[in-house]
Write a protein that binds this ligand. Sequence first.
Ligand code: CA
Length: 226
Amino acid sequence: MKPKILIIEDEEKFARFVEMELTYEGYEVSKAHHGRIGLEMAESGDYDLVLLDVMLPGLSGMEVLRRLRRTSSVPVIMLTARDSVMDKVSGLDSGADDYITKPFAIEELLARIRNVLRKAGPRTETRLLRAGEVALDPGSRQVTVCGEPVELTKREFDLLQYLMENKGIVLSRENILEKVWGYDFEGETNAVDVYIRFLRSKIDEAFGLKLISTVRGVGYVIRDEK
Ligand code: CA
């Protein structure tokens, strides 16, 4: 999925230029030329990031940001027209994630966008985990085996994700319990073995694979099948 960026900027030529550059970089871009309309769009929750100009008709950029932050934590980069320390300080105080001063090199804007999106985390950047024929998407919490979706319970999914994140590393039962079940787990220590059995039946047995290996006396490991 392409990250979606909203540009709130009344200088239409400038907004169009930024839109072209961002589209070229693979982002999906929408524009608003008015503060109030921009605020409504930003509040929709449809965007991964908002580029917000400070000087806007209708509602100033600062005011848009203040109102937006009542309902939304969408990442915001402020576009400030002058190198004014006041704008930066009040922008960051009001909950902007970053700011950039016009005029700027498009490379600098792209770098800041990448940085803010990375910090914002999984909504925009989900990395797919793979092991052999198994693919796990931590963002959408979907698992496919040989391209076919497999239904897992929450615990089964968390266990599989933890094993896949540590592919090639043998994990002890204690370690798995602590990380997947949590520090305050006070049940049977064989819970791990029980859930490994569930996963094996849904993945290894169902698809004729050998994804999860037992290391005697130590624990479990997922390796890429050779
Ligand atoms: Ca402006």
